[in-house]
Design a protein around this ligand. Structure first.
Ligand code: SF4
Ligand code: FES
Length: 169
């Protein structure tokens, strides 16, 4: 089931047990979701998320791989969320459970990681300086994806167009 939540294009999908939230503005098209589980996350279908495509545990596993939290999830049974969330705010409650452990001061600076996605962008995570066409931008513990196919409308960033143009390595 799909429900349009706002003009921002945020969506939610449920299988009765969990609800998956998708925030398009946070999606960097890193493609972890559909590479791992095309049966559920298929960008060429409408709606693009089919909650009947895999068991709940597998959907949770793949949603948790989303590097930007464009995809998040929560249990439909509020008591299960509360068990996880005992001392947290409502905002935190909807985040991935394993992230709850790393909020606050124990979150250290991670080294920069660069990942070349098969048939897709280069995903760079961490703190670094991006220099492009003479412009400089400092990124602090951030995540960006850089277009490799050349077809993006938002160069140097990936906008997901590599799929439409059929870019392959
Ligand atoms: S950032 Fe990647 S994993 Fe997350 S929703 Fe977008 S394509 Fe999927
Ligand atoms: S690599 Fe994604 S738009 Fe080019």
């Amino acid at each position: 089931m799909e429900r349009d939540k706002s003009l921002s294009g945020n969506r939610e999908y449920t299988n009765g047990e969990i609800t998956v939230y998708w925030k398009p503005v946070a999606c960097v098209h890193a493609s972890y979701c559909y590479r791992e589980l095309i049966e559920v996350f298929d960008p060429s279908s409408r709606p693009w998320v089919d909650m009947k495509g895999a068991p709940t545990a597998r959907i949770i596993e793949v949603v948790n791989m989303c590097p930007t939290e464009a995809l998040t999830w929560k249990w439909n049974d509020e008591e299960k969320n509360t068990a996880i969330d005992i001392n947290q705010t409502n905002h935190i409650k909807f985040r991935r459970p394993e992230l709850l452990k790393e909020t606050g001061k124990n979150r250290g600076e991670e080294p920069v990681s660069v990942k070349v996605m098969i048939d897709g962008p280069i995903v760079i995570k961490g703190s670094f300086t991006l220099v492009s066409k003479g412009n400089t931008k400092d990124i602090k513990q951030g995540l960006i994806s850089i277009c490799r196919c050349g077809a993006s409308d938002q160069l140097p960033f990936c906008d997901g167009r590599h799929r439409k143009v059929g870019y392959t390595d």
